[in-house]
Design a protein around this ligand. Sequence first.
Ligand code: SF4
Ligand code: SF4
Length: 456
Amino acid sequence: MKLFLDWSAYKDAGMGDAYADIPKTGGDYAKAVAVCINSRACEQAGKGVMCPSFRISGNSRLSTGGRIKLLKEALNAELDSSPFENGALAEAMDLCVSCKGCKRECENEVDMALIKAEFLAQRFSTTGIPLRNRLFAAIPKLLVKFPRLGRLIKWRNRHRILARCADRLLGISANVKLPEPAERSFNAANVQDKLKNDTDRPEVVLFVDTFNRHFNPAVAEAAVSVLAAAGYQVHLLAEDEHADAARQPLCCGRTYFANGMINQARQEAHRLLQALAPHLEADRWIIGLEPSCILSLRDEYLAMGLGEQAKRLAAKVLLLEEFIAKEQSAKRWTLTFSTLGKQKLLIHGHCHQKAVGATKAMRKALKLIPELDSQQIESSCCGMAGQFGLESEHAGFSRQMAEQGLYPALRAEPDAAVVANGFSCQQQILNGGYARPLHIAEILYAALDPDGRQRR
Ligand code: SF4
Ligand code: SF4
C-alpha cells in the first residue's frame, strides 16, 4: 500500500511484541493503528476532550478504540470490501472531529486525527474527492480568486431560499450560518508604521493565516501592535516573492490536509517553508494566531515528509500567547497593560490548544491585565471542528457536542466576555446565538495604554 503520509515515526512500534496485534497490511500506518491497547479509557465519561463523538452517542464504534477495531479489521482484510471503502468504517471515521483529544489523553497516545487524514486520502484515491470537500479545501484560493464570494456568503446567510439550495446541492446545512469574510482583508500597509526597521530590537515573524487574513484582519493588526509595543521588530512574510502562479497569499495548507488532499497540502507547506527559510536561518521566532494552522506546523508538517526544514520550523513556531508566556518566564516581557475594569472572562480553548497544553499560556498571558477575572471553560470539542458543524448531516451532532460543555458554560455566565482563539470555535459560539468572542490579541490590544498603541 502506497501511503500518503510519513509514518516512519512508528516503524519500531510494537516490534517484537507477540501481542501487539499489528494488522497484516498498511506497513508503518498499521503500526500507528496498533498502538491502541484496547483499554477502553476513551469510553469513560470525564473531564478533558476525548472522545466527543462517543460522548454524544454512547456508541463504542464512535470512540477512538472503536474506530481502531474497525481499522484493524479493514487492514487485516476481514471486512467484505476493500480496506478504505467499508461503510461501517467510513461512518465511524466520518464522526471523528480530528480534535486530537486522544493524542493527549489516551494512555498510548493514539493519534486518530493523523490516522483519519491518511484514511481520507486513501479513500478518496479510489472514490474520488467529493465536491463539498474540494470546496472547503479550496477556501483560501476561492477567497482570492472570487472577491465576491464574501457577498454571496452574506446573501446565503440572510436568505433562507439560498441556504436551502446550498443544502440540497452542496450538503451545507441550511440551519447554520457560514463565517462571513471581513469587508477588507489584512493589509500590511495598515500596520506599516509598526514594522519599521530597528536593529536594536529582537526580531520576530508574524504569520498571518488564511482565517485571520480574510475573516478577522483586526486580530492580526492587534497582534502586530502588541508585539511592537512590547519592543519587538515584527516581520511579515514577503508574500510577493513566494506567491504562486495565481498570486495566492501564503497558507499552511490546513484546509487541504483536513479534507484528505495531502498532496495539495504538501505544496502549500513547501511554499510556506520556502518563505520562512531566511527567518529560520536568522533564528527568529515564528508567531501565529490560529491554533489549528500554527499547531499543524508543529505536528502534521512532521508527518508530511518535508525534511529537516520542517523540523527546524517545529522548534521555532509558537502561538502568540505561547510566545508571550515564554518571554514572561524569561523575564524579557516588560510591557504592562491597563485594566479593562472588573471583568469576568471565560476562556474557551481550541481542541488543538488543549492537545498541546497551550491553554496554560493563555491564562498566563491574560494575567498581565490587572483585575481580569479569567476562568477556563471545561469542555470537550465545541463541535464545529473546521467544516464539520456546517455540513448537513453533521450539524445536529455538532450542536450536541457544543451542548456537552461550551453552550451551558456560556448560558451560566451571560455577562462574561469570552476569549476563543480558534476560528471555528468562534463561529460555533456565534451560531449558538452568543456574542462574538474575542481573540487574545484583541483583548491584549484593548488593554494597551494609549502610549502603548502609538509605541513603535
Ligand atoms: S484508543 Fe487509547 S484509550 Fe481507547 S482503547 Fe485504545 S488505548 Fe485505550
Ligand atoms: S480525534 Fe477526537 S473525535 Fe477523533 S477519535 Fe480522537 S478524541 Fe475521538
